[in-house]
Design a protein around this ligand. Structure first.
Ligand code: HEM
Length: 934
């Protein structure tokens, strides 16, 4: 608010009392006064009703003190909205606008934001101040004929350069934009506030702003009203450091952070004859007890100001206007105006016998009292509630500065509804904690009207809130806080469930994972026993399925010799060859407009595996027997291990029944699958032996193991080698291709990241060749992309289950033998305490200055079962990512009008989770780069 200026003599400029400022200030004071009177009038009525109820039935008065206080507390706080509604309706009466405003057409709505921004968008020339309190504007009375928000202004908005006329124009246009929309998308604070943990208000707002900003991009799903708000937020509020949000409290939809809300909805408040029954404050309805809604800014109702102002300047026209307005506005406003006129006359004629005879008029607020300095037109007096005067306003005789109702206590709020720290402590009325005082500071204290309260949200009512916009940093911190709060709130470090008698423990914290799966690895390295898959089909010799026993240890020992980071360098030529084939397939697709990315990725990872394990070269484009067999076995394996799919897993003795017994059809299936499995284990192994005999293979995994034996190989060794290779084929194909598929999605969604990677590749490698493993050390950003790909979409979101083989305990939790342990890998990879903005694809997190821990620490499993193919997988990912980005752009496709088609990330269910197929466009970056593809 403009508080005066220096004149050329360096003296403080005085505002003439009758000048525009004085008029405006008096108007505001009168408006506040009327509002305050309304509030007290309302409260008095309520109190007398309550008392009557108590007198009628004294037994019911014996309600527990606590409950009574809580209800009382709730009612008074809800009246804050009630007062706003009454004042709003009084305003309508005064202005004669009780009917529904002209409903804008769809086209008009589109133009509303433009027309508002054309007039007001220009940011203030000076840097605006801070909004000291959130401005919360309630929707018009639910169920009333007029939709939208009450037409009120808060003087604190002047501190951020938004004057009353501008704000009202905004509200009017917003209300118009509401008219044709059946619904508005609102932030459901019940969905944000969670169940038990109190969330600081600042965190809530930050999360709400972040979510709203994210949602604003999705124009398709937003109503006209939201679009109006999005535009005004972007071009009007944001440059002023503010944000406008529509919020509601809908505990019935706690799972949703956003909710579709309808202005027309008959809320419980609107329909309740007596609020005590159906009005629910959120504390009691949600079980959340400590949601902190802070003090809100005071509101004034401009039409009431004007009315009061007209009263103070009674010229002919104003008088007529006032009288007709009072007539329309109902009894209460009329009485108030009469009382004010009598008091004013008495104040101006203190010696008149008439004035003395009628006795002094009493007002609940000094602003209502025309004789009080607070309503003199002196802005300082207005701001300080009359306790300080600059001598600028009307002369008030017999200044009541010493009046018990004012003086220094005047710094407090008028209608102060404060909530003390302890539950149920409520202070109300003048002199309470309402205003935060502040003489000239924020201008909050004395103007407190329907504020000074920790405002409570009522179910299903919409609130428009203007608040200081949090910084990006605050928003990121808030998201981090939210995520960690939720996780701890919901689970703690470990949680357990029992499914069909099987105890499952889920580990949510890295430390618990390390303590249980690594430090106690000897007790937690087994696997669940699946009767059908293991015993009936025969997958018990597939490494991933084996119990923790001697044979398993032999498998792992042999495998380790061939898969260390040093040993796998010999597979590099095979990987390079297969990746270059993949590039040609992509090029062919991009030129023919085909869309076979997933097939190409499956072929890429399968071919790499067959080369690495057996030095077997697949025939491109042909029906390859090894590839077909491998695919078939993987599919059958996945069916055989589906939880709950096989009744014999629940009733193991069924497997002993002969095949002709009805209900044992699984035996037949198992026989066929076992046959396929045995071929997939033996055929490639025999192929290697043949090739070795011809001197053609001394590099493959199998050849490496056979060579290492140095003597005649025995049957057990043969079995372990062939089965471990088949296990690697089974475990390494789908996984790598699924991770690469998620990489393509990440690129579609993160063009900036793609650009950074391409810049690095171009700088380090140039354009005359493709990147290779030799470049790896010089491509830190691409390496970070491999880690980010593994982290962002966590392939095995719950890891693979480990089974305990002994009783144990951990931090007071008893973990019996035969318990399934599952690490919440996706949770760990998205732990906001470890990875900032965990939902974003940001390879930079692994580099300076963040240096967040590599994702491979958590996505490849733990302890003695950790993935033995990890280094091979990371190499394949590196090469495929580097070479693909060297030659291709991966983007969103465009529709027939040239607009980007919307692409979203969704994960599909499953122990191994793929991303849901998405639209994409892959194009070669340049002719020169095309020539690098063979
Ligand atoms: C990006 C790709 C890959 C990911 C994310 C991945 C992840 C995993 C995970 C989470 C496990 C379970 C670990 C545990 O139980 O704690 C696992 C096990 C396994 N992985 Fe991988 N893997 C990938 C690629 C590969 C590749 C390429 C191979 C083979 C070359 C492979 C072979 C295996 C085997 C044989 C097991 C079973 C280990 C056991 O039960 O002892 N994986 N992998």
């Amino acid at each position: 608010m403009n508080r005066g200026q220096d004149n050329p003599d360096g003296q403080r400029q005085r505002w003439p009392a009758g000048g525009p400022v004085g008029k405006m200030v008096r108007g505001i004071a009168a408006g506040i006064g009327l509002a305050s009177e309304t509030y007290h009038h309302h409260k008095a009525n309520k109190a007398s009703k309550t008392q009557a109820g108590r007198d009628a039935d004294s037994d019911t008065a014996m309600v527990a003190q606590d409950e009574a206080e809580q209800r009382h507390d709730a009612h008074l706080l809800q009246e804050v909205d009630e007062v706003a509604w009454e004042l709003d309706e009084a305003q309508d009466q005064v202005t004669g606008q009780s009917s529904e405003p002209h409903a804008a057409t769809e086209e008009e709505v589109t133009g509303l934001a433009d027309s508002f921004l054309d007039t007001h968008a220009q940011a203030p020339a000076y840097s605006p101040g801070q909004l000291s309190l959130p401005v919360v504007i309630t929707q018009r009375r639910p169920g009333s004929r007029t939709k939208g928000f009450v037409r009120a202004y808060s003087p604190v908005l002047a501190d951020v350069g938004i004057d009353q006329a501008t704000f009202l124009d905004f509200l009017d246009k917003l209300n118009k934009s509401v008219q044709p929309s059946p619904w508005i998308q609102a932030i459901n604070l019940a969905g944000l506030a969670g169940n038990a943990v109190p969330l600081p208000f600042s965190i809530l707002i930050s999360v709400a702003v972040k979510k709203t900003t994210d949602a604003a991009g999705e124009l398709h799903s937003r109503s006209k009203t939201n679009r109006f708000l999005d535009r005004v937020n972007e071009s009007f509020f944001a440059p002023r450091g503010l944000v406008a949000l529509v919020m509601t409290w809908k505990p019935s939809q706690k799972a949703n952070m956003f909710t579709r809300a309808e202005f027309d909805m008959q809320s419980s408040i609107a329909t309740a004859a007596d609020g005590s029954k159906s009005r629910r404050m959120f504390e009691s309805s949600s079980g959340a007890t400590s949601f902190e809604w802070p003090e809100t800014a005071p509101l004034v109702f401009p039409a009431l100001d004007e009315l009061a102002d007209a009263e103070d300047n009674d010229d002919g026209a104003a008088k007529v206007k006032k009288q007709s307005a009072i007539k329309r506005s109902g009894k209460f406003v009329g009485e108030y105006m009469d009382k004010r006129a009598r008091a004013k006359w008495a104040g101006e004629n203190p010696d008149s016998s008439m004035a003395n005879a009628t006795g002094q008029e009493t007002f609940s607020s000094r602003y209502a009292d025309p004789n009080h300095p607070a309503s003199s037109g002196d802005p300082i007096a207005l701001l300080t509630g009359g306790s300080l005067q600059a001598g600028l306003g009307r002369n008030i005789r017999g200044s009541p500065a010493n009046d018990a109702r004012s003086g220094l206590r005047g710094r407090h709020g008028l209608v102060g509804l404060g909530r003390g720290r302890g539950r149920g402590q409520l202070r109300s009325g003048e002199g309470s904690s309402g205003g935060r005082g502040g003489l000239l500071g924020s201008g909050i204290g004395p103007l407190s009207l329907v504020s000074g309260a920790r405002k409570l949200l009522q179910d299903d009512v919409l609130y428009l809130m203007i608040v200081q916009r949090p910084t990006e940093e605050q928003m990121a911190e808030a998201m981090t806080y939210m995520n960690s709060v939720r996780k701890h709130e919901l689970y703690g470090p470990i949680s357990s469930i029992k499914v069909l008698g099987q105890l499952i423990i889920i580990l949510h914290e890295k430390q618990a994972v390390i303590d249980i799966l690594e430090t106690r690895a000897l007790k937690t390295a087994s696997r669940p026993h699946l009767v059908f898959a293991n015993d009936v089909v025969g997958y018990k010799d597939i490494m991933g399925m084996m119990p923790y026993n001697r044979r398993f240890r032999l498998h792992r020992k042999l495998t380790a010799t061939q898969t260390s980071s040093k040993s796998i360098t010999r597979f590099a030529p095979a990987q390079e060859l297969e990746v270059s084939r993949f590039l040609s397939q992509l090029l062919a697709d991009s030129e023919s407009g085909s869309d076979n990315l997933q097939d190409h990725l499956n072929r890429l990872s399968g071919s790499i595996m067959l080369r690495v394990l057996y030095n077997y070269e697949t025939r491109p484009g042909e029906n390859d027997p090894f590839v077909n067999r491998a695919n078939q076995v993987m599919e059958e394996f996945s069916k055989a291990t589906s939880p709950g799919a096989w009744v014999v897993d629940l009733i193991p003795w069924l497997r002993h029944l002969p095949e002709w017994v009805p209900g044992t059809g699984f035996q037949k299936t198992a026989k066929i699958w076992r046959n396929h499995l045995m071929h997939s284990v033996e055929d490639p192994y025999n192929y290697v032996r043949e090739q070795m005999a011809k001197g053609n293979d001394n590099v493959s995994y199998v050849a490496g193991l056979i060579k290492d034996v140095h003597r005649h190989i025995d049957a057990e060794e043969e079995s372990v080698i062939s089965w471990s290779a088949a296990s690697m084929l089974n475990a390494g194909t789908d996984t790598t291709s699924a991770v690469l598929f998620s990489f393509f999605l990440a690129m579609v969604l993160s063009p900036d990241v793609q650009k950074s990677a391409q810049e690095e590749i171009d700088r380090v490698v140039g354009q005359s060749r493709l990147p290779s493993f030799e470049d790896k050390a010089n491509l830190p950003y691409v390496q970070a992309m491999v880690q980010e790909t593994l982290r962002w979409h966590t392939l095995a979101p719950m890891g693979f289950p480990h089974l305990t083989t002994e009783d144990d305990s951990y931090n007071g939790y008893f973990i019996p033998k035969n318990t399934l342990i599952m690490p919440a890998a996706a949770g760990l990879a998205h732990d906001p305490a470890v990875y900032h903005s965990p939902g974003d694809f940001q390879p930079g997190r692994f580099l300076e200055p963040h240096n967040e821990p590599p994702a491979s620490d958590v996505v490849f499993g733990f302890g003695r079962r950790a993935c033995p193919g990890r280094h091979i997988a990371e190499q394949t990912l590196f090469l495929a990512i580097a070479q693909t980005l060297a030659v291709f752009h991966i983007r969103k496709p465009v529709d027939e009008n040239g607009n980007d088609i919307k692409v979203e990330y969704h994960m599909l269910p499953g122990v191994i989770s793929r991303v849901k197929p998405f639209p994409y466009s892959i194009t070669v970056r340049s002719d020169k780069r095309r020539s690098l593809i063979k």
